[in-house]
Design a protein. Structure first.
Length: 584
C-alpha cells in the first residue's frame, strides 16, 4: 500500500510538472499582447492589438460567442478613433469607433472597398457557389457609367456598376413612388380583408400572443408582392415561414462553418434558394412579358418589378452566375429589401402605439395622408398618400431613432492599394477595417448636444427634431458658404416641414454617428424604399386598427434579440402579447 501511495504521489507530481508549462502559455500570451497593446497606444504608428490569451485562436471565441458584447467592449476600452487589431487564427482585422475615423473611411476613395466582405457574405449567408465569387472580387471598374482607369473588366461583368445604375433607376423618383404605392395597396388590401373578417366574427377585436410575428408576416407578404410579383408566393405557399426560418439561421451561416457542422442552417438556406429557383424558371418560361425588352411594364405578376427581370437578365449575361448564383443574388435582394425594413416597421408601430402622446401628435399627418373614398369605394381598401408621411418631421425622427437604437450592422472596408492613416495610427493594406452602426449610434461622445437631451440608451421619438430657434445658428455653423445658402434656402422656402411649435427634422452633425446604411459609394441603395416601407406600413396599420399591449406596464417595449448583432435591425427578443380593434 505504501508503494502504491508513493507511485500515485510521484505520478501526480510528474503530471503537474509536465502540465505547468502548458498552463503558463495562455498567461504568457496575455502578458505579451498586453505589453504590445500598451506600447502601441503610447507610441502610435502600429495600431494596438487587443490582448488575448489563446494562441492561434486569438479573439475567435469571444467574437463568435457574443459579437455585440465584444465590439462594444472594444469601443469603451479604447479612445475614439483608435483602430484596434483583432485576430481570428490566421486572419486579422481592425475594429474602429469614433466619428472622425468613420467619416474618413466612409468618404474613402476607390482604394477602400467592401468587396472582400461582400464576397464572403454572398458565399456564406446567401449561398453563392464558389465558382461565381470572382465576379464580386475581380470587378475593379467602380460604380460609374465609365470604368475606372486601368480596369479591364468587360461591361457584362461590371456587377457594381450595374447594381448602382439599376438602384438609381428603379429605387428613385417615379419608380420608387410606384413601388411604394403597390406595397401599401397590397398591405391595405390584406388588412381590409382581416378587418371585415373580424367584424363578421364578432366585435372587431383580434387577440394574439406575439405582435412581432403577426405584423412582420403581413408586411413581408405585401413587400414581396410589390417587388417580386404574385407568382413567387403562389408557387411556394410556405415561402413566408421559410424565409424567417432562413433568417433565423443567418447568424450561424455567416460564421462560414461547413455543412456537416450546421446542417439545419444550410437546409433552411437550401429551401429558400430552391423556392426562388422554381420561381425563376416559371417567370422565365411563362411570363407573357418575358421578351418585350424596352416595352417591359413597370410590374407584372410573374416578375414583379421590372427591376427583377433586368437583374436576372444581367446575371445570365455575365456568364458566371449559374442558376443557383442567380437565386442567391435575389435572396440577397430579398433580405436587404425586407428583413431590416420589416423589423424596423414593427419597432416603429410598437413605439407609436405604446402610448397615446406620440400617436396623438401624429394624427394630423395620418389624416392628411388618407385619401377620402368615393361613394362607390366605401367598402374598398383604404388608400393613402405617402407624401405627407415621408415629409412628417416627427415620423422621420421616429424612423431615424428606430434605426439608431436597434440597427446593428457590421460594416467593412479594406484598403486595397496602400496603408490607411487614421489619426496617429497606420493600418495595413489588405486588412479589413470593421465598424458597427450600433456602436456609432449609441456612443454619446460622438453625438452633438442637440440630440442628447435624453440618454442614447433610451428611445426618444423627438431625438432628431431641432427647434426653430436653432436654425439661424445652424446656418452659421455650416461647413461652407454653399452649405449655408442651401440650408437657408430650405428654411426660407419651407422645404423642411416643421412641427411641435416649429421644430424640424435634422441630421446635422451626424455623418459619422448615424450610419445604419453605411456610407460613401457603397451606401445601401435600398435605403429610400426601406424608409418608405417602414413609414407606409405604420400608416396603413393606423388606418385600420387600434393597438394595445396587454399584460405589461404602460410604456413597456420588448428587449432586442442580440444574436442578430452585425446583420441589421435587431428583432424583439420577447413576445409581445396584444389585442387590436378595427377603427369604426
Amino acid at each position: 500500500m505504501a508503494m502504491i501511495a508513493i507511485f500515485t504521489e510521484q505520478s501526480w507530481t510528474g503530471w503537474l510538472k509536465a502540465l505547468l508549462p502548458l498552463a503558463l502559455i495562455p498567461l504568457t500570451t496575455y502578458l505579451f499582447t498586453s505589453l504590445q497593446c500598451a506600447f502601441a497606444i503610447r507610441a502610435g504608428g502600429m495600431p494596438p492589438i487587443h490582448p488575448y490569451s489563446i494562441l492561434f485562436l486569438g479573439h475567435s471565441i469571444a467574437f463568435l460567442r457574443d459579437l455585440g458584447g465584444f465590439i462594444e467592449h472594444l469601443s469603451t476600452k479604447y479612445a475614439p478613433n483608435t483602430p484596434v487589431q483583432v485576430t481570428f487564427g490566421s486572419l486579422s482585422a481592425y475594429v474602429i469607433t469614433g466619428s472622425e475615423s468613420l467619416s474618413t473611411i466612409l468618404r474613402g476613395s476607390r482604394t477602400l472597398t467592401p468587396k472582400p466582405f461582400m464576397a464572403r457574405t454572398m458565399l456564406t449567408m446567401f449561398g453563392t457557389p464558389q465558382s461565381a465569387i470572382p465576379l464580386y472580387l475581380e470587378d475593379d471598374s467602380g460604380t460609374g457609367s465609365k470604368p475606372l482607369p486601368g480596369s479591364n473588366v468587360p461591361d457584362n461583368r461590371r456587377i457594381y456598376a450595374h447594381q448602382h445604375a439599376a438602384a438609381h433607376r428603379f429605387l428613385t423618383g417615379d419608380a420608387l413612388r410606384g413601388l411604394t404605392e403597390r406595397f401599401m395597396a397590397f398591405l391595405s388590401e390584406d388588412l381590409q380583408n382581416l378587418s371585415v373578417k373580424l367584424d363578421e366574427d364578432g366585435d372587431g377585436w383580434f387577440v394574439g400572443d406575439d405582435f412581432y410575428t403577426f405584423w412582420k408576416d403581413r408586411i413581408f407578404r405585401a413587400a414581396v408582392k410589390a417587388l417580386f410579383g404574385l407568382k413567387l408566393l403562389e408557387l411556394n405557399p410556405s415561402f413566408g415561414t421559410d424565409f424567417w426560418d432562413y433568417l433565423d439561421a443567418t447568424p450561424v451561416l455567416t460564421r462560414g462553418l461547413p455543412r456537416w457542422m450546421t446542417p439545419s442552417a444550410h437546409a433552411a438556406r437550401d429551401k429558400i434558394l430552391d423556392s426562388i429557383t422554381k420561381w425563376h424558371r416559371v417567370a422565365r418560361e411563362d411570363s407573357e412579358n418575358a421578351r418585350r425588352g424596352t416595352e417591359d411594364p413597370d410590374w407584372d405578376k410573374y416578375w414583379g418589378s421590372v427591376w427583377l427581370k433586368k437583374r436576372y437578365q444581367f446575371g445570365v449575361e455575365t456568364g458566371l452566375l449559374d442558376e443557383r448564383a442567380r437565386a442567391a443574388e435575389d435572396l440577397a435582394l430579398l433580405t436587404a429589401a425586407n428583413a431590416n425594413a420589416v423589423v424596423g416597421a414593427v419597432w416603429m408601430t410598437l413605439h407609436i402605439f405604446r402610448g397615446s402622446a406620440v400617436k396623438r401628435q401624429l394624427e394630423p399627418d395620418f389624416q392628411r395622408a388618407t385619401i377620402p373614398p368615393s361613394s362607390d369605394m366605401q367598402d374598398k381598401p383604404v388608400k393613402l398618400n405617402l407624401g405627407p408621411l415621408v415629409d412628417s418631421p416627427l415620423l422621420q425622427s421616429i424612423y431615424a431613432e428606430v434605426l439608431r437604437m436597434y440597427g446593428a450592422v457590421l460594416i467593412s472596408r479594406t484598403p486595397t492599394e496602400s496603408p490607411l492613416t487614421l489619426g496617429r495610427f497606420i493600418t495595413k493594406k489588405d486588412r479589413p477595417i470593421l465598424f458597427s452602426s450600433h456602436v456609432a449610434g449609441n456612443d454619446e461622445r460622438q453625438w452633438p448636444k442637440t440630440h442628447t437631451a435624453r440618454p442614447l440608451s433610451e428611445f426618444w421619438a423627438e431625438r432628431f427634431l431641432v427647434q426653430s430657434s436653432q436654425q439661424a445658428a445652424q446656418v452659421e455653423d455650416s461647413d461652407s458658404p454653399q452649405q449655408q445658402q442651401q440650408q437657408q434656402r430650405k428654411i426660407s422656402s419651407g422645404e423642411e416641414r416643421t412641427c411641435n411649435g416649429g421644430s424640424r427634422f435634422s441630421m446635422d452633425g451626424l455623418a459619422g454617428a448615424w450610419i445604419p446604411y453605411g456610407g460613401g459609394t457603397f451606401m445601401c441603395p435600398g435605403r429610400h424604399f426601406a424608409k418608405q416601407e417602414m413609414i407606409g406600413a405604420v400608416a396603413v396599420f393606423w388606418a385600420y386598427f387600434e393597438l394595445e399591449i396587454v399584460g405589461k406596464p404602460e410604456g413597456w417595449v420588448p428587449s432586442a434579440e442580440r444574436v442578430f448583432y452585425g446583420l441589421g435591425v435587431l428583432p424583439p427578443g420577447e413576445k409581445v402579447p396584444f389585442r387590436m380593434r378595427r377603427i369604426n
